[in-house]
Structures are given as structure tokens and as C-alpha cells.
Ligand binder design. Structure first.
Ligand code: ADP
Ligand code: MG
Length: 172
């Protein structure tokens, strides 16, 4: 728990690979504001190569540190509301999307349910997620790895920094 009230903090990953990509990320940020979620910090936006066999455009990604009076599945509902708002159609799994909002970390929580796994399994597999999370919450400890996010990012830099190359983005 991050404070004396019933709020919690979460690291969310926003992604879009259908135009207008930047506007879909802006829409997600607007929706957070509407729902009373505070954005405490955010990373720059990156272009990220898609992962997997489906040919599709590069993603524009951004991570944000959010705080709200939400618990576990409440964060997932919020993420899905943003995706619906962006008109996301669930077609091919891992295919192109207007907006993807993933819950990467929730402070002090470890969850495994059919609808929600936190920390997000991709955190340890996608360098841009680890690097982004390390900018926002370097001191949070990964509940199963037992290392801080900064330590995990450093470990990744000196080890397998191969998957999901990313480059800084302009505005789109
Ligand atoms: P992905 O983000 O992996 O490319 P989707 O956005 O289509 O794929 O999500 C697939 C499912 O993953 C969702 O239905 C959601 O319930 C589930 N899920 C499990 N854990 C998480 C998480 N931490 N964040 C977001 N979705 C999650
Ligand atoms: Mg997703």
C-alpha cells in the first residue's frame, strides 16, 4: 500500500500500432484523468518492434506510474475500459491494435488469476518494459525475483538485451 488511504500505485504500459498512435495513447491518459487516476510519472514514448510472427506496424509505447483507489482487478477493468474507448477490436491474438493497456506492476502485489497476472510476465522478457519500469519505480522489489526493478534492468543490460529493440519516438 502506498499511503494511509486505500489507494494503490501501478505501472501501466500503453501501446498502439494503428494510427493515430499518439492520439490513442493520449486518449488513454485522458481516461485515467476522468476516472480520478493520478499519473505520478511517465516515461518518454518509444517505437518498439512488434514481437511474434504476425507482420504488423511498430508500436508506440509509454509506461506510466498511476495512483488510484483501485485494487487488483480494478486496474484491469480500467485498462479494458480504455481499450474499448479506443475502439479496439479483439481479432487475431497478438495482432495490431489501436490501444493496449497492460498492468505491469502493482505496488506490493503479486496476482495470478485467469484474467490478471501481476507482475506482467512480459516484464522479464521485454527489455523496453524493464527499462521503462526502472525509470518509474527503480526501488520496487519484484515479488518473485526478489530483486529491485533497477537491479533487474541492470542484469538485463549486461545479459540478454536482444528482444524487442526500441528507439525514441517523435510525436506519432
Ligand atoms: P497482450 O497484451 O498480451 O498482447 P491482450 O491485450 O489481448 O494481449 O490481453 C490478453 C489477456 O491478458 C486479457 O484478456 C487480460 O485478461 C489478460 N491479462 C493477464 N494479465 C494481464 C496484465 N497484467 N495486464 C493486462 N492484461 C492481462
Ligand atoms: Mg494487453
Amino acid at each position: 500500500m502506498s499511503s494511509s488511504d486505500d489507494s494503490s500505485q501501478a505501472v501501466l504500459a500503453l501501446g498502439s500500432n494503428l494510427q493515430p498512435r499518439a492520439q490513442w495513447l493520449d486518449l488513454a491518459l485522458d481516461l485515467l484523468g476522468e476516472k480520478g487516476i493520478q499519473v505520478l510519472a511517465s516515461t518518454p514514448r518509444w517505437n518498439t518492434a512488434p514481437i511474434g510472427a504476425i507482420p504488423q506496424p511498430d508500436y508506440l509505447n509509454q509506461l506510466v506510474l498511476a495512483r488510484g483507489t483501485l485494487r487488483g482487478l480494478g486496474w484491469l477493468k480500467l485498462a479494458q475500459a480504455a481499450e474499448v474507448r479506443a475502439g479496439r477490436r479483439r481479432g487475431v491474438s497478438k495482432g495490431p491494435r489501436t490501444l493496449d493497456v497492460d498492468i505491469i506492476l502493482i505496488e506490493g502485489e503479486s496476482l495470478t488469476s485467469p484474467g490478471l497476472t501481476v507482475p506482467h510476465p512480459g516484464l522479464l522478457q521485454r527489455p523496453y518494459l524493464l527499462r521503462g519500469a526502472a525509470q518509474l519505480v527503480p526501488d520496487w522489489v519484484h515479488p518473485t525475483e526478489g530483486l529491485s526493478i533497477a537491479e533487474l534492468a541492470r542484469r538485463d543490460l549486461t545479459g540478454s538485451w536482444a528482444i524487442g529493440s526500441s528507439t525514441p519516438s517523435g510525436s506519432s
